[in-house]
Design a protein around this ligand. Structure first.
Ligand SMILES: [Mn+2]
Length: 247
């Protein structure tokens, strides 16, 4: 039994670093014989709602996910803040996969699984940034009904694409001028306190783009950072929870 996880690769049409990362992840020896694959949000730089345009655009990614499922692996796909309202999209994409479709598990918010005797919390990890009240309010608004229906049926893909490009340009600008890795790491570690005394042993999350492998009491926190730069992904198996190098 092995669970491997990756987040925040931000696959984008206009630069192929994210896609290269995903290809490298999918062919890694530790991933090839993993039993569980967790894709933990912001895998795509912008995917929102059940639009047919995504089928062709991200055909290669969906094919890789399909092949994982056909090999009998369980694939968790958690929503991030760049890829959300995916329930209908994922169920439509996997509808032709017959019995393998049940191997694809959509996580809208979070999921706690029992794995090798440990309770593992899987989510995009943005809930750990408890100080960012404005962001958490935005997230709550954008995730709730009827925003999913609006993303699926009302907003055309051209508007979503336009908004997405603006948002990622803005976050890159923000990233370059105001980003202090140590501050961010510290804040996310502080957020871990919400999992103290909950029975959870391992928290797998991303979002911060800062790598971490941190033990606090009995609680382990793993974050692969921004893999196009960090070159890391997460592994949990009999050798314990850890970060591994992609290539
Ligand atoms: Mn994120």
């Amino acid at each position: 039994m092995r669970l491997v996880a990756i987040s925040d690769i931000h696959i984008n049409e206009h630069d192929d670093n994210g896609l290269t990362c995903f290809r490298n992840f999918s062919t890694h020896a530790l991933v090839k014989d993993a039993t569980h694959i967790a894709l933990m949000g912001d895998i795509f730089d912008l995917v929102a709602g059940n639009h047919h345009e995504y089928d062709k655009r991200w055909e290669e990614v969906f094919k890789i996910i399909k092949s994982f499922c056909e090999q009998g692996k369980v694939v968790y796909f958690a929503e991030g803040n760049h890829d959300m309202h995916l329930k209908r999209l994922l169920s439509r994409i996997s509808s032709g996969w017959h019995s393998h479709a049940t191997h694809l598990v959509h996580i809208e918010d979070y999921l706690v699984i029992d794995f090798l005797g440990k309770k593992v919390h899987l989510s995009h990890g943005d809930e750990l940034n408890v100080h960012d009240v404005t962001y958490l309010k935005y997230k709550k608004f954008i995730k709730k009904f009827p925003m999913g229906l609006i993303a699926d049926f009302i907003l055309p893909i051209s508007v979503l694409d336009y908004l997405g490009h603006k948002a990622s340009k803005k976050s890159r600008k923000y990233g370059s001028t105001r980003f202090n890795e140590e501050d961010v790491r510290f804040k996310f570690r502080e957020g871990l306190s919400k999992y103290f005394n909950t029975g959870i042993d391992i928290v797998v999350g991303g979002h911060s783009h800062v790598t971490d492998n941190y033990l606090n009491g009995n609680l382990t926190y793993l974050n692969n950072g921004y893999p196009p730069k960090s070159n890391k992904f997460i592994v949990i198996d009999n050798e314990g929870p850890r970060l591994e190098t992609l290539v």
